[in-house]
Design a protein around this ligand. Structure first.
Ligand code: ZN
Length: 493
């Protein structure tokens, strides 16, 4: 029903150099990037201490002893030349009148029947607007605009496998990761090597995750995380420099590192949804995006790069499509705990289903209201899959689609969905300004068990750390130097 197959580029020490120019180009052209990390452990329980300063001490400790095993990076680029942002003011009365008339006719027709291009042509022929040849071209353009009010977005997803020189691997994390399909053999064989803390030497142009982070910091995209505090600590301690002893300095450093703002999708979701775990947010928004499409409202339309040989061997493709009323599970019930928190202590021993499609089907069915009933009827009619007779083979949960690349993609997808859901801007420039200044959520990181977020900010009370200041200065100088070199090069040409 909804097709979403996401290609992810698996980057390891063997192919990092080959993909480097591709990654840097994608990063430079992106509107925002989402990052997710897979970690070797979470250490002590103090990560949930009631005092935030205590939490920070535990966070620094865990990020210094455990390691990043993989880093997902999803880059989103919105196309301002197509769909929603292409709509422009009418040039004259004729254009406006034709537009309105065609729009009305199409609307009526589409309410009654499925979309059919021949039918649209008939409607166009029957409209009472008299056209000469020149006008027909204008009408063609208008029709194209009517049909396409989508947000066209190009997405690139990467998954970097990272091998730290020395770290603690917790058995609980290992078990979870193996269950999700993480390949520890591949990590040992092909992981991109790194050591934590401060730079041994300043890495800018070499091929490593540390230099990738330097690139991200100099390119300055808006960055998106899900439940981002742990990720930010690990990113900082593993690939940037030694974390400062004070939380105030840490947040001041982050403020400088990501000047276009950090968004935390868990914090955004908590403000208006009952559930806020990533799998829920992604699947929920993917479904709602599909419902918008059915209702002819502007929706997200993603495009992914198609790869030729010899690139294709590095690409993993995951089917992340929502299966609406397609999964049948006999008399089994969905797990209440998993449905609420995306987590259940019993793991795969649980007798109830952890399948997100079933959880969301159940949620949809439980909603009241006539329009919801109609939607369900419509969806069931669309679902052409015959009832599965082999119910034993239906998975308790979706498997094999979990890796940090996909998690980064899901994080960015939800952020994008939230933006278009609340968007009332008409031009791309306004739209970009709108989310870059979304002060309600900008630089606010979710704190588990707290009603207030952690604010990423710099003030006279919170000074940046020495390690950061030194490194950041070099990043800025190098950026300036490269810019000047580029200018000189252009002058010569
Ligand atoms: Zn369960």
């Amino acid at each position: 029903m909804t097709e979403l197959r996401v290609p992810c580029i698996s980057v390891n020490k063997e192919n990092l150099q080959k993909w480097w120019p591709h990654i840097i180009k994608t990063l430079s052209e992106s509107d925002f990037v989402a990052i997710d990390l897979e970690l070797s452990g979470l250490g002590a329980k103090d990560l949930f201490a009631s005092q935030i300063d205590e939490r920070y001490v535990a966070l620094k400790e865990v990020a210094s002893t455990r390691a990043v095993l993989s880093m997902g990076l999803a880059c989103f680029k919105i196309n301002p030349q197509k769909g929603y942002f292409k709509r422009k003011p009418y040039k004259n009365h004729f254009e406006q009148a034709s537009y309105d008339q065609i729009h009305d006719c199409l609307d009526k027709s589409l309410e009654e029947s499925d979309e059919d291009s021949d039918e649209k042509q008939d409607i166009l022929k029957n409209t009472e607007v008299e056209l000469d040849e020149e006008d027909e071209e204008v009408v063609e353009d208008i029709v194209e605009d009517i049909e396409d009010e989508d947000f066209h977005v190009e997405v690139h997803v990467y998954d970097f496998i990272c091998l730290c020189n020395e770290y603690i691997l917790e058995s609980k994390s290992m078990k979870f990761l193996v269950q999700q399909g993480f390949d520890f053999n591949e990590l040992a064989r092909n992981g991109i090597f790194f050591s934590r803390g401060n730079d041994m030497k300043f890495e800018d142009s070499s091929y490593s995750i540390r230099s990738l982070l330097v690139q991200i910091i100099s390119i300055q995209p808006t960055v998106i995380f899900h439940n981002g505090l742990l990720d930010l600590a690990f990113l900082y301690q593993n690939f940037y420099c030694e974390m400062p002893t004070k939380l105030d300095s840490f947040v001041a450093d982050l403020f400088e590192m990501f000047p276009k703002g950090i968004f935390d999708t868990k914090y955004i979701a908590q403000s208006y949804l009952a559930n806020s775990y990533l799998e829920y947010l992604f699947n929920h928004s993917q479904r709602n995006n599909y419902f918008r499409k059915i209702k002819k409202q502007s929706s997200i339309n993603l495009t992914f790069e198609v790869f030729d040989e010899p690139w294709v061997q590095d690409i993993k493709i995951s089917d992340l499509s929502a299966k609406i009323f397609e999964v049948k599970f006999g008399s089994f019930k969905t797990c209440d705990n998993y449905a609420k928190y995306g987590w259940c202590d019993k793991l795969d021993m649980c007798q109830y289903s952890h399948n997100i499609d079933l959880i969301l089907d159940a949620e949809l069915k439980s909603k009241k209201g006539r329009s919801n009933k109609e939607l369900i009827k419509h969806l069931k009619a669309l679902s052409t899959e015959p009832c599965s007779k082999k119910q034993d083979s239906v998975p308790m949960r979706k498997c094999g689609s979990h890796h940090s690349g996909n998690d980064a993609f899901m994080t960015g997808y939800y952020f994008l969905y939230y933006l278009i859901l609340n968007n009332n801007k008409t031009t791309f420039t306004e739209f970009k300004k709108y989310y870059e200044n979304l002060t309600k959520f900008k630089n606010k990181i979710f704190l588990s068990g707290k009603t207030h977020p952690l604010n990423i900010m710099k003030s006279s009370f919170s000074k940046c750390s020495c390690n950061h200041t030194k490194k950041f200065k070099k990043i800025r100088e190098n950026k300036e130097k490269k810019k000047n070199e580029e200018k000189e090069k252009n002058k010569v040409q």
